[in-house]
Design a protein around this ligand. Structure first.
Ligand code: ATP
Ligand code: MG
Length: 561
């Protein structure tokens, strides 16, 4: 269910009251629990970041800024089976692009492996951890269920000395993967299953992207994460709701490892968006199956994809602010993200003419070779963007849909006998058309009134305004139009768990005709195509010879072309 969020909410209204995390932080500061605020974003480098992560980044960074604290980017790279350096680079780029300035505060959890090992030894010495020989299946069996308590492992009462020796042997590579694990000794009867002697170290003979072959034992997330936070003096460890049940274990680890100023975990609800695919697992599958053109395919909502599509960091920051922070899971309408990018680009972009489905319009009474240059404001709502010269000539392109030989009721565009305004140019009166053998219109004919230059006339009015580009000077470009990648109406998932893909998610217009002011446009340059929405020069496929544009968003809240 989409949460009802009113996108018309003003900035003042949305920032008027504090969210529950701010309230908690302020309480902690007032009570002297912490003297400062330190937050972090802790991604696992196992995929590209998506819009959900953007929320976490902006939230954590925003809190650090708000309370004059620091913000760390820390790679949670404790599981070498899935992690890659390719992702370290993409994630770093994305965080920077979003404007979350971590300065030189870039950290890797793997740099703390020594300290984590020391913590584990300390727990063993305190009688709070033991080496267990049960297999993964047996551990699961012994763990019990939500209704039944677990059973103690037969290895639970090993002596401290034996545990120290065995753990050292684990570190020294004397056991195969899965043969032995180190477990926290907490409570097998705890109502919280996470507290039933969780595994904190496992044997894994895999090289690590940072530490190479130094280690063949790796810490488990629930043990490593609180230690990482504590080492970095994080005060508020903000994470998503699925970790709520892990909080007692988090607290246990920082307490038993005797960190002086233990961090505090606070959970918030994940951001879900309608009509798109969030979740690394699904995105990865789309990439691997070749359904999309890489992790930055503009139909995805990875941050790389949003950037490539033409979203601005400002629009995403604004979106996150509008969505707010909550404790309850909900889905936000994709239309809200669209609203934010439209608002951001409205006054920033030149509004230019682009004809996606062109048909020729010939002005029969216009001089043959003449090209005249008309003054056109770059953005009617923002005079600061200035004025440009747009060429006008006898042969133009207009949208095919702007002419009809037999018009329906209330059609105010071109049809024989009707007069319209060519945007910013002249009044023209349609005189007829030419058709091919199949009856398709190939050329529309009209005559113009030289007295109406600029598209104004004192003596008569027209009901329709039609956009155009001069044929001789038009730039031919590829334009890509997008629809949502999953069919939300029928459900994102099919019965078998696969994604219910929308077959029309990408439409490529191979030969759009655009006014010459786009010549030389650089990658990421953005324009409003007057009638069709906001577009961005594709950073991967566009060349000087053939510009490629991605539609960022249409003008109206509709995915129809
Ligand atoms: P995914 O569920 O998409 O695979 P993840 O949680 O495995 O993502 P991590 O790299 O572990 O990805 O996440 C880094 C941080 O981003 C974590 O603190 C996590 O809670 C947060 N995060 C992940 N997804 C979302 C989301 N949809 N909304 C808000 N925060 C998120
Ligand atoms: Mg994860």
């Amino acid at each position: 269910m989409a949460e009802a969020i009113n996108p018309e909410v003003t900035e003042e209204e949305s920032s008027g009251s504090k969210n529950f995390i701010e309230n908690e932080i302020e309480k902690d500061l007032a009570e002297g629990k912490y003297s400062h605020v330190q937050t972090r974003f802790p991604p696992e480098p196992n995929g590209y970041l998506h819009i959900g992560h953007a929320k976490s980044i902006i939230l954590n960074y925003g809190l650090a800024c708000e309370y004059g604290g620091k913000f760390n980017l820390r790679f949670d790279d404790t599981n070498p089976t899935k992690e890659k350096t390719e992702f370290v680079k993409s994630i770093t780029d994305d965080v920077k692009w979003l404007g979350a300035d971590f300065e030189d505060r870039l950290f890797f959890a793997s740099d703390y492996f020594d300290k984590m090992y020391e913590c584990a030894v300390m727990l063993i010495k305190k009688g709070k951890a033991y080496v267990c020989d049960l297999s993964a299946e047996e551990i699961k069996e012994y763990r019990g269920t939500l209704k039944e308590p677990g059973k103690n492992s037969p290895y639970r009462d090993r002596s401290v000395e034996e545990n120290l020796t065995l753990f050292e042997n684990m570190k020294n590579g004397m056991y195969a993967d899965g043969e032995k694990v180190l477990r926290a000794k907490i409570d097998m009867a705890s109502p919280n299953i996470n507290m039933r002697d969780p595994v904190i170290y496992r044997v894994a003979r895999i090289a690590h992207h940072n530490t190479g072959d130094k280690w063949c034992i790796y810490p488990m997330y629930d043990f490593a994460h609180p230690i990482e936070d504590a080492i970095e003096h994080i005060t508020h460890s903000i994470c998503t709701l699925e970790f709520e049940d892990h909080r007692p274990l988090y607290d246990w680890v920082v307490r038993e490892c005797e960190f002086a100023e233990p961090p505090r975990q606070i959970e918030f609800a994940k951001l879900y968006l309608t009509n798109v695919v969030t979740g690394k697992r699904y995105i990865k599958k789309l990439v691997e199956d070749g359904i999309v053109d890489g992790w930055d395919d503009p139909r995805l909502v990875t941050i790389a994809a949003l950037r490539r599509r033409g979203f601005t960091p400002e629009s995403i920051r604004n979106f996150v602010k509008l969505v707010g922070v909550s404790k309850a899971d909900s889905s936000v309408d994709y239309a809200m993200l669209e609203y934010c990018i439209r608002e951001d680009l409205k006054l920033k972009c030149n509004r230019i003419s682009a004809i996606l489905n062109p048909v020729k319009l010939v002005i029969d009474n216009y001089p043959e070779e003449e090209i005249e240059y008309l003054d056109v404001p770059n953005n009617q709502e923002n005079p600061e963007l200035g004025v440009r010269k747009v060429p006008f000539a006898k042969e133009l392109y207009i949208e095919a849909e702007d002419f009809m030989e037999v018009p329906p009721h209330k059609y105010f565009r071109l049809f024989p006998g009707n007069e319209v305004r060519l945007m910013n140019a002249y009044f023209v009166k349609c005189t007829g058309c030419e058709k091919d053998e199949n009856g398709n219109v190939t050329v529309v004919h009209a005559t113009y009134d030289p007295e109406t230059r600029g598209g104004n006339c004192e003596t008569r009015k027209v009901k329709g305004t039609v956009q155009w580009v001069a044929a001789k000077t038009a730039v031919s470009a590829v334009v890509r139009l997008y629809e949502n990648i999953v069919d939300e109406e029928k459900g994102k998932l099919n019965a078998d768990g696969t994604l219910n893909l929308n077959p029309n998610s990408l439409t490529v217009v191979e030969d759009a005709k655009i006014e010459p002011s786009v010549k030389g446009a650089a990658k990421y340059d953005r324009f409003q195509f007057v009638r069709n929405g906001y577009f961005c020069v594709d950073a991967k496929d566009s060349t000087d010879d053939k510009l490629v544009f991605n539609r960022i968003v249409s003008l109206k809240s509709s995915f129809k072309i």
